[in-house]
Design a protein around this ligand. Structure first.
Ligand code: SF4
Length: 327
């Protein structure tokens, strides 16, 4: 018997794997890769190695992006459509059972751990959305859930599943100690959709009907973002690393500013820029550069070296306050 596990490399998914492996079931970990979480990472690799399981990356960026346009069960506190997201991952795992010669699916969900997305009704909705009712085992709360097909068929023993319930994570931490698991991150990290600031930016991109422009998902990370108008944004690098990241998307910008002699941020303008928008972008460069708008500065503007004089800082600060989408 073989199971496919939804495997983020976090504590819950690692424990779920362990509990099922203890029953002599082979497990393959599926790490789901979207625009907002997942992807090749040391944490999952280490955790999989520690558990002795094969790790596979499943790229579902496009299906996840489409789901996010209109999640059936809506969003959580931020832009996290957790019920639909889990439902989609399980659905895809189900589609992959044959490919991996597996018989059922396991997840690290714990009944009552997240009040909105992991209560009994929410978990039923997850199963319904995934279309896999009966083939999903939640080993950490299995004894509290309806009997699943792998239990009915005798593939796994219900008695050896656990009865974790609620938000208290002490049982998980104790179990991790018992199993000698050390490579797991603190809970809740890793998904950008649960971050309030990133979510505000993402919501704007979605409301502006720009959710098909995936480069905006990357630009909205680790930069300063200004919205000038519907679909018209300026992204400003925060530091060297952020500048380098931003430079990967320069082809999408109608304006692209980089440094010339004096250190400063890289800037990309998305949308149709008019003269006053361009001036604002140039002034932002001056303001965030090493000279902080105090004297004349040169910059590389769309491949040409240009200069601007001392800026009116008060006027600029007011505009920044008005247009910036969270700091
Ligand atoms: S926290 Fe993120 S990855 Fe996890 S279910 Fe919610 S949206 Fe999906």
């Amino acid at each position: 018997m073989k199971a496919l596990a939804l495997f983020s490399g976090g504590l819950d998914s690692s424990l779920a794997v362990k509990v099922i492996k203890e029953q002599g079931i082979e497990v393959i970990g599926l790490n789901f890769v979207s625009y907002f979480f997942g992807g090749e990472n040391e944490r999952s690799e280490k955790a999989a190695k520690e558990l002795g399981i094969q790790l596979e990356y499943i790229d579902f960026k496009e299906r996840h992006r489409l789901m996010m346009l209109n999640p059936v069960c809506g969003y959580g506190k931020n832009m996290n459509p957790c019920i639909d997201c889990h439902g989609l991952m399980i659905k895809i795992a189900y589609e992959n059972l044959e490919k991996y010669g597996a018989n059922f699916i396991i997840t690290g969900e714990v009944l009552g751990q997240r009040p909105m997305s992991q209560n009994r009704i929410a978990l039923k909705r997850v199963d319904k959305l995934s279309g896999t009712t009966g083939y999903v085992v939640r080993p950490l709360s299995g004894q509290l859930m309806e009997e699943t097909i792998p239990e009915k068929m005798g593939w796994i023993s219900r008695e050896k599943l656990l009865n974790f319930n609620g938000r208290n994570r002490t049982p998980q931490i104790e179990l991790a100690k018992k199993y000698n698991l050390v490579h797991y991150p603190s809970p809740g990290g890793g998904c950008l959709l649960t971050e309030p600031n990133y979510s505000k930016r993402l919501k704007i991109i979605k409301d502006d009907n720009n959710f098909h422009k995936d480069y905006l998902f990357y630009l909205a990370k680790n930069t300063r973002m200004y919205k000038l108008n519907t679909g018209k944004y300026i992204f400003v690098g925060r530091d060297e690393e952020s500048n380098q990241e931003l430079s990967k998307y320069k082809e999408y910008g109608s304006i692209y500013i980089t440094t010339h002699k004096v250190p400063g941020p890289y800037i990309i303008g998305i949308g149709d820029f008019e003269e006053n928008d361009i001036t604002f972008a140039k002034e932002l460069f001056s303001r965030y550069s090493k000279i902080k708008g105090e004297c004349e500065i040169e910059m590389n503007y769309n491949g040409e070296v240009i200069k601007i004089g001392i800026i009116d800082k008060n006027k600029l600060e007011n505009m920044m306050k008005e247009l910036q989408i969270v700091n």
